[in-house]
Design a protein around this ligand. Structure first.
Ligand SMILES: Cc1cc2nc3c(=O)[nH]c(=O)nc-3n(C[C@H](O)[C@H](O)[C@H](O)COP(=O)(O)O)c2cc1C
Length: 278
């Protein structure tokens, strides 16, 4: 029976984590949630895992939609590892609820601190040289627990986060469709299409050899982080400026800002939709 791990990753932390966990389990198929869920079903799997970042105190919408459409063996052992920096919010509750709709449930959930990578809002932190080896060690520990089919209650959204969510997250989610209006390219763009290939939301097309963003962006920053020419720029979109919120007004991409991606994950790794980890 198959061991399936489905992942979403913009700047590589989650794919790196998924690979480490897969290495501990042995013989797992790693599948991007960019895939068609019907073509990569987990109906006959004995282990089903999800690895993704926390976005806006929840899972990326692409992940939620993918799981809703995925067939899952109700007898399979299930797990989730969420990469994040500070607030995991309700990400595990969302996945558990989606699994329960299928007669399954989440048996194991862990949040793993990684480099905060949203370089359009802040300088990525803490430093990768310190954070990446630390996250790798923790991922290996988590992988061993999963390989042993450990059951572990997942962390729930804190009461404080629950209270703050409507004020702090909902205004951003309401204008998310307009986020990618902020992207444009400088003359450094060579039309290499790497941005299109790494986008986990299939949101980028090439028009006259320049990227065009098609308003299904989750803000993962893969296009910015993996552009070999640092040609992708960002200015605050009008809808975000109108929020009149100190954070939304600060969005931008100064020349000196670090465009972080996980040092172990290349653009070619993110382009692949499936791999088997021995
Ligand atoms: C659009 C966006 C939203 C994020 N929201 C949160 C959040 O709500 N809570 C948190 O702790 N980290 C948040 N982060 C940090 C990421 O979860 C973290 O950097 C993650 O490891 C990135 O995974 P990836 O490299 O696989 O894309 C956010 C990052 C991005 C790009």
């Amino acid at each position: 029976m198959d061991k399936m791990i489905y992942y979403f990753s913009g700047t590589g932390n989650s794919l790196r984590t998924a690979r480490i966990v897969a290495g501990e389990i042995g013989g797992a198929r790693l599948i991007s949630v960019r895939s068609d869920p019907e073509a990569v079903s987990a109906a006959g799997a004995e282990v089903v895992g999800f690895v993704c970042p926390v976005y806006e105190w929840d899972v990326p919408k692409t992940v939620k939609t993918f799981i809703e459409r995925l067939a899952v063996n109700p007898r399979a052992y299930t797990f989730m590892v969420a990469t994040y920096i500070a607030v995991h919010g309700r990400c595990f509750e969302t996945v558990d609820a989606a699994l329960r709709e299928k007669g399954s449930r989440l048996h194991y959930g862990r949040a793993l601190r990684c480099v905060a990578s949203q370089c359009i809002a802040y300088e990525p932190f803490p430093p990768a040289r310190f954070m990446v080896p630390r996250a790798d060690r923790k991922a290996a520990k988590i992988g061993k627990e999963i390989a042993g089919r450990k059951r572990r209650k997942y962390p729930k959204m804190s009461p404080l986060a629950r209270r703050l969510y409507p004020r702090m997250m909902v205004p951003f989610l309401n204008v998310q469709h307009a986020f990618d209006e902020g992207f444009y390219t400088s003359d450094a763009c060579v039309g290499c299409a790497i941005c299109r290939k790494v986008c986990p939301c299939k949101n980028i097309t090439l028009e006259k050899e320049r990227p065009a963003w098609n308003h299904a962006c989750e803000g993962c920053i893969a296009c910015v982080a993996y552009c070999p020419k640092k040609a992708i720029q960002f200015r605050t979109p009008e809808a975000y400026r109108a929020l009149n919120n100190p954070l939304s007004r600060r969005l931008g991409l100064p020349e000196k800002r670090t465009r972080y991606h996980n040092p172990h994950i290349t653009a070619a790794d993110l382009t692949r939709d499936e791999e088997v980890v021995p």
